[in-house]
Design a protein around this ligand. Structure first.
Ligand code: SF4
Ligand code: SF4
Length: 216
């Protein structure tokens, strides 16, 4: 079996695609798999000048995964396969500058451990020819990447811990109340974003909310 090469943001990987003239295949038929975390929400609400409630049902959907309600990018149901709500008629991303973290990552994945995560190239993610090497940090295009990576790991750990708790929970009203609090605290309430993408003010606010969540 071929071993997956573990990569850091400083590594080079064959990602940049000269043949990417907008086939759009990576933005259709994704179902509810493009999860949105609070960083994504802060970027989207800042970029679109809208709040979470405005975006819900229009471009964001909610799904339950192992007992936890999580937001995802909506695929348009009127098309088959469903096209991302932000994919324009020329198969270009209409929100490229502030697209979510999972879209920035593609065709990379993250491999989480107890201590952190590494990147890897998803086999068959995008099989267009002519890929050239690019440093992962440049590919992601996220300012202050070390803060973002720390946030990503902490968020992933929180979600996994909550799911492990909720899928065992027999009390439906507890599950409902915890989900309501989780969504309200981490998604519905707006985050401060001082630049085009979430930065220092966002992370400070996120960690405050995390403490609040943990204290309850
Ligand atoms: S599937 Fe590959 S070539 Fe097509 S739009 Fe996505 S990244 Fe570009
Ligand atoms: S947000 Fe942009 S990159 Fe992400 S799935 Fe939609 S169109 Fe594609």
């Amino acid at each position: 079996m071929e071993t997956i090469r573990e990569l850091s943001s400083k590594d080079l990987a064959k990602l940049s695609c000269s043949a990417c003239n907008g086939c759009g295949e990576c933005c259709v038929g994704m179902g509810d798999t493009i999860h949105l975390d609070p960083w994504d929400l802060a970027a989207l609400t800042r970029g679109l000048g809208a709040d979470f409630t405005d975006l819900l049902e229009e471009v964001i959907g909610l799904h339950v995964e192992r007992g936890l309600i999580l937001p995802h990018l909506l695929m348009r149901e009127e098309t088959t396969p469903g096209r991302c709500a932000f994919l324009d008629t020329e198969n270009r991303c209409g929100i490229h500058g502030f697209r979510p973290g999972l879209c920035r990552l593609f065709p990379l994945g993250r491999n989480y451990t107890e201590q952190g995560f590494s990147y890897f190239v998803v086999e068959g993610g995008c099989d267009k020819p002519g890929k050239s090497k690019i440093r992962i940090e440049k590919w992601l295009g996220i300012p202050d990447l070390s803060s973002y990576e720390r946030f990503t790991f902490i968020w992933h750990s929180l979600v996994r811990a909550l799911q492990a708790r909720l899928e065992q929970e027999p009390d439906a009203s507890y599950v409902r109340d915890l989900n309501r609090f989780f969504l309200g605290l981490f998604y519905e309430k707006a985050y401060p974003v001082e630049d085009a993408l979430p930065g220092k003010a966002f992370y400070e606010e996120f960690y405050k909310r995390l403490e609040q969540f943990k204290s309850l």
